[in-house]
Structures are given as structure tokens and as C-alpha cells.
Design a protein around this ligand. Structure first.
Ligand code: BG6
Ligand code: MG
Length: 218
């Protein structure tokens, strides 16, 4: 019997695309005379494309017309797609398939909860599309993380109550979103950044199958 729902973020959790988002945003920001640091970039993780550009413009004190704004969003995405078009299974982060397959082997619910509108094509490229019972991405949500909408929909689609769900996230916004609806939040990355998470691991190589069993049986 399915006891728990495991919801995975995509960028920076399953694949190392967070670095490509950073490169593409940095290039775009620099092209309009704005610069930002890696610390500031943490605030862009998990956040929608639109909300990311709004933050960058605010940092640079720049206002744009609607047309200019739309043009910059598509420019950023074109540049980003240049990176992800080259992706294959080798870019799956270490031990993600091991943990994912372990969870699936235990017949638990598995969903994707990502802000990205490119989520499905990335999963296809790395050959993981068929592992998810539900895929909720940036095309289906109207409120960006830290709003919990994306995780709420994911839980519903796999037939689980939010408090029986576990979220894997690399962004502070995503951890806050999970916490807001009483999901168990597992940070993947830097413990100082992800300080609000219930648990933090550097990456999936630090997560044992015993730990997953504990989460299932808790
Ligand atoms: C999130 C990333 O997963 O998706 C953000 O962490 C990104 O950095 C957001 O801005 C939206 O992605 P996309 O692919 O729709 O531009
Ligand atoms: Mg992420």
C-alpha cells in the first residue's frame, strides 16, 4: 500500500540545471547593465521565470515596458535552451536514480513539482519521464514558490494528503513552500542556505535507503 508521496523538484535536485539558469540570467542581466552575486542567485532558485526577472530588475533599479520585459524573458529562455538541448542521462545528479528507483520499488507515490516550463522536455532528455506518476510544472501553476500551489497540486494528483508528502528541494523558496503546507522538507545542498528544511543533505549520495524507509514508516 502507498503510504507516502515523494515530490521532487527538478532543477538542482534531479539535474544540475541550476548552473545553466545562473549562467543564462547572469548573461542577460549583464547585457542590460545589471550584475548580481551567487548569494543573490539563491533568491532566484525555485522562482518562476517572470518572478526571477522582476527580482533582477529590482536589484538594478531598472523599469521596462511590457514588450521589453517579454523580450528579455524569451531571450533568457533561448540562451538556457542552448544549454539544455545538449543534455543527456549523464547530467542526472549522483544517486538520484538509486533513490528514485528505491522509492518506486516500495510502491510509494512519486511526483515532480517544478516551477520550470521546460520540465517535461528536460525529463525526456535525461530519460526519466516515465518515473513520475504526476508532473506538475510551471505551465500548470499560477503562484510561484514559496507559494505551495505546485506541491498542493502534485499531492492531489498522486492522491496523497500534504502532511503525508515529502519534498526534495534545492531552493529556500521551495523549502518554504513545502513547510507552508506541512510537508516534510528535505533540502539538497548547503545547510546554511536551506536552514528552514526538516533535513538537509549535500546531495543524494548522502541519503540512505534506511532513511527513506524511515520516512515511509513514520
Ligand atoms: C526553477 C528554477 O526550477 O524553474 C528557476 O529553479 C527557474 O531558476 C524556474 O527560473 C523557471 O524555469 P523555466 O525553465 O521555466 O525558465
Ligand atoms: Mg530547484
Amino acid at each position: 500500500m502507498k503510504k507516502k508521496g515523494f515530490i521532487f523538484d527538478l532543477d538542482g535536485v534531479i539535474v544540475d540545471t541550476a548552473k545553466y539558469h545562473f549562467l543564462a540570467w547572469k548573461k542577460l542581466a549583464n547585457s542590460i547593465g545589471i550584475d548580481f552575486s551567487e548569494e543573490q542567485n539563491e533568491q532566484l532558485k525555485g522562482v518562476s521565470r517572470k518572478a526571477s526577472l522582476e527580482k533582477i530588475l529590482a536589484w538594478g533599479n531598472v523599469t521596462l515596458t511590457e514588450e521589453e520585459f517579454a523580450e528579455l524573458m524569451s531571450k533568457k529562455n533561448e540562451d538556457y535552451l542552448g544549454y539544455i538541448n545538449e543534455m543527456n542521462e549523464e547530467e542526472i545528479l549522483p544517486d538520484v536514480p538509486k533513490i528514485l528507483n528505491f522509492i518506486l520499488g516500495k510502491n510509494q507515490g512519486v511526483a515532480l513539482g517544478s516551477a520550470s516550463k521546460n520540465a517535461k522536455s528536460i525529463l525526456e532528455k535525461v530519460n526519466l519521464l516515465n518515473k513520475f506518476e504526476a508532473i506538475v510544472d510551471g505551465n500548470e501553476v499560477s503562484k510561484a514558490k514559496p507559494d505551495p500551489e505546485v506541491f498542493e497540486i502534485a499531492a492531489r494528483e498522486i492522491g496523497m494528503e500534504p502532511h503525508n508528502c515529502i519534498v526534495f528541494e534545492d531552493s529556500l523558496a521551495g523549502i518554504q513552500a513545502a513547510n507552508a503546507i506541512d510537508m516534510c522538507s528535505i533540502g539538497i545542498g548547503d545547510a546554511t542556505v536551506l536552514k528552514d528544511a526538516d533535513f538537509v543533505f549535500k546531495d543524494f549520495t548522502e541519503i540512505s535507503t534506511d532513511f527513506i524507509n524511515q520516512l515511509i514508516n513514520d
